[in-house]
Design a protein around this ligand. Structure first.
Ligand SMILES: [Zn+2]
Ligand SMILES: [Zn+2]
Length: 261
């Protein structure tokens, strides 16, 4: 059973709905024993920057550690960096300023378009967009000091809505290059559990990509909820475990707990 979740959001993210303490409480209710609170750090194409007030964030983390560690929960600090490969200087400065346990690297913007929306495909062959997306994932894995590469299938969410489930064989080369970069640089591939029971789904594509990751040298896969509210914690973990083991991979869990102050 998977009992680790290293990607979720609290009220320190603009789109988060619950406090760190509420996420901890729900994690314990679900039998999770290791979680990371990875709030958003974003550089938007319009030039604005979003990030938590990390002084307040770490104060809350420490408070929750003293409250929840005795109850059996390992609480890790962290952050989710959006398009960090395009903001290397700022990212390096931020990572040098604070001692984050878990650094998550994510693609959220492609050619200035928010990839949450189907209009990021406007005027393009979807397979060109997919290939470009995985090229950017390869860049994050190669150039940014992050532990986890988040939601590698993020582009399939709007893509499937608009065009149906992806035929990943058509983008095998760029996907394999991204998987190889993740493995070679010692990063962990995340299987985001959010849409594993979505209809129409793309779990066949996920399994294929996980098998390529394994073939390219990868082993560990983090099953992460990316929860933005307590109700989203722990979702689809059984499906995730099935996919990860079917590909010959191993669910990821941090082996070394941080030394808390
Ligand atoms: Zn994300
Ligand atoms: Zn997230």
């Amino acid at each position: 059973m998977i009992t680790s979740d290293l990607h979720m959001h609290s009220t320190h993210s603009l789109d988060g709905n619950n406090t760190i303490a509420e996420m901890c409480e729900q994690a314990l209710n679900l039998g999770l024993t290791q979680i990371a609170i990875t709030d958003h750090v974003e550089w938007l194409p319009n030039g604005t920057h979003q990030r938590p007030d990390f002084e307040r964030y770490f104060a809350e983390i420490e408070m929750c550690r003293s409250r929840f560690t005795p109850r059996g929960l390992t609480l890790l600090s962290g952050l989710e960096l959006g398009n960090p490969h395009e903001h290397r200087t700022e990212v390096d400065a931020l990572l040098a300023s604070y001692d984050f346990d878990v650094v998550v690297g994510s693609m959220h913007w492609l050619a200035g378009q928010n990839i949450h929306y189907t209009r990021c495909f406007d005027g393009h062959d979807p397979y060109d967009v997919y290939a470009r997306y995985f090229g950017e994932i390869e860049q994050i894995a190669t150039t940014v000091d992050c532990e986890i590469i988040a939601h590698f299938d993020r582009i399939f969410w709007p893509g499937t809505t608009r065009f149906g489930p992806p035929e990943v064989a058509r983008i095998e080369a760029p996907v394999r290059r991204a998987m190889r970069a993740i493995a070679e640089h010692g990063r962990i591939l995340e299987l985001n559990t959010r849409f594993l029971t979505h209809t129409p789904g793309w779990n066949d594509a996920l399994l294929t990509v996980l098998c390529w990751y394994r073939e390219e040298g990868g082993q560990f896969v983090a099953a992460d909820s990316d929860a933005h509210r307590t109700a989203e914690l722990g979702r689809n973990l059984a499906v995730a475990e099935q996919l990860i083991t079917a590909a010959g991979c191993t669910p990821y869990r941090r082996q070394v707990a941080p030394v808390s102050a």
